[in-house]
Design a binder for this molecule. Structure first.
Ligand code: KIV
Length: 273
């Protein structure tokens, strides 16, 4: 076999091998420029279906389509040069049968060139995960709060608040890892439950609102940047990008209105930053 270029991107197997090693750093990304900025600092970028809420103003992730995920997956792949790119399979694109899931996962891999897909669900999705992995599709699992099931879960609520509610979530994580998922997102769950799952399964757990006990962390980039108008309580804002954008736009608006627009150069030559 010959290869055109040396592949330098992080692979799903490298992420999987990070169990009990240095914590895995991940962020969501939907967009070329921010993917390029984040790329040197993260192990993987997730093109999450949260883009439905963050980029499109939907109330849930349910309206997100496969075409939307593919368009944003291509944009992120173009910006990032070393991180693994994982693309979410949207609601309705994988639940019906392993065959339909495979067909749609292949579209995502072929059209975006990403290195893996993520899908939500535990025990009931394990046969689909196995089917995909056996056919060359790396899959990241996602258990606990699964936003695509919002209408049956009854709201965005922390899962496994009391010990009697833990076992089905543990069973989900075990099933997904036994099916071949290379890592599993644990969303919105009590710390002792996240700790127990992390000790039980052999692949890395990636927490979002699931405590420091996980093998890695993921946040929605706009939330940690301080760009989202409302964020979940567990989110630490590492920047104030919303405020910075507003003051830049105000300054621009003032310049235009007072005819102080600075550029005298009317060429379109690009300048390096
Ligand atoms: O869609 C998304 O952003 C996600 C993360 C919350 C893990 O699935």
């Amino acid at each position: 076999m010959s290869t055109q270029k040396t592949i330098k991107r992080t692979t799903s197997t490298q992420i999987s091998a990070r169990k009990n090693e240095q914590p895995i750093v991940a962020l969501t990304s939907y967009h070329t420029h921010t993917a390029a900025i984040a790329d040197p600092y993260v192990d993987f970028l997730l093109v999450g279906d949260s883009l439905g809420m963050v980029m499109n103003g939907f109330e849930t992730t349910l309206p997100v389509t496969l075409d939307m995920m593919i368009a944003h997956g291509k944009a992120v792949f173009a910006g990032a040069k070393s991180a693994l790119i994982v693309v979410d399979m949207p609601f309705g694109s994988y639940e019906e049968s392993p065959q339909i899931a495979f067909r749609n996962a292949v579209r995502i891999l072929k059209e975006t060139e990403c290195g893996a897909v993520k899908l939500e669900g535990g025990l009931h999705m394990a046969p689909t995960i196995k089917f995909l992995v056996e056919r060359g599709v790396p899959v990241m699992g996602h258990v606990g709060l699964t936003p695509q099931a919002i209408n049956t879960l009854g709201g965005f609520k922390t899962q496994g608040r009391t010990k009697d509610l833990w076992q089905p979530i543990i069973d989900d994580a075990v099933a997904v890892s036994e099916a071949g998922a290379f890592a599993v997102v644990l969303e919105a769950m009590a710390e002792p439950l996240a700790a127990k799952i992390t000790k039980t399964i052999p692949v890395p757990t990636i927490g979002i609102g699931a405590s420091n006990e996980c093998d890695g962390q993921i946040l929605v980039m706009e939330d940690m940047l301080g760009l989202s108008p409302r964020v979940p309580k567990f989110v630490k804002e590492f920047g104030k990008v919303g405020v910075a954008i507003e003051s830049a736009i105000k300054a621009y608006s003032n310049d235009v209105k007072s005819r102080q627009f600075p550029s005298q150069d009317h060429t379109f030559a690009l300048k390096d930053k």
